[in-house]
Design a protein around this ligand. Structure first.
Ligand SMILES: [Zn+2]
Length: 165
């Protein structure tokens, strides 16, 4: 493996809460009294991850692949978006080497969900759970996230690009 084929990707996403659960994070349905408001299912963790992966693999970004102006994308499961991103990686001969994500919110607590979230994301890309990390962080009561108005997620990923890239 040549280091010249390694590329980094950064993904950031934020969504506002709306009343009524369940909350979908990393493809996992979490019992919670709020969910995230979005054109799709609002899976803020997956959106940040997918944008990071697409960026590192030199692919179009998530908003270009699944525009929110397209009615076909209304309520679309982000797991389906992840399947398309995984397919694109395969076609390009690229693979994820390492992925790290931070979910920033006051509620719910992410720590008890970590193993489940890691496993879910790893299985979507057919990589080992050890290669994926997800951790939670609060905003210490500061700003919109600190007031509990939504969830922000930041992700970095290392991708080994295919020969053609
Ligand atoms: Zn999003």
């Amino acid at each position: 493996m040549s280091l010249e084929n390694i590329a980094i990707g950064l993904g950031v996403d934020t969504h506002r809460f709306k009343e009524g659960g369940p909350l979908v994070l990393g493809g996992v349905e979490i019992p919670f009294d709020k969910s995230l408001d979005a054109h799709s299912d609002g899976d803020v963790l997956l959106h940040a991850i997918l944008d990071a992966v697409l960026s590192a693999a030199d692919q179009p970004d998530l908003g270009t692949l699944f525009p929110d102006t397209d009615e076909a994308n209304r309520g679309r499961s982000s797991v389906v978006m992840a399947q398309e991103v995984a397919r694109r990686l395969n076609v390009a001969g690229a693979r994820i080497l390492s992925l790290d994500a931070v979910v920033i919110c006051e509620q719910p607590r992410i720590a008890p969900l970590r193993a489940q979230l890691r496993e879910s994301v790893a299985s979507m890309f057919d990589i080992r759970m050890k290669r994926v990390n997800v951790k939670g962080k609060t905003a210490e009561g500061m700003g919109a996230i600190g007031r509990g108005e939504g969830i922000e997620c930041r992700t970095v990923v290392l991708v080994e690009r295919g020969q053609s890239q």
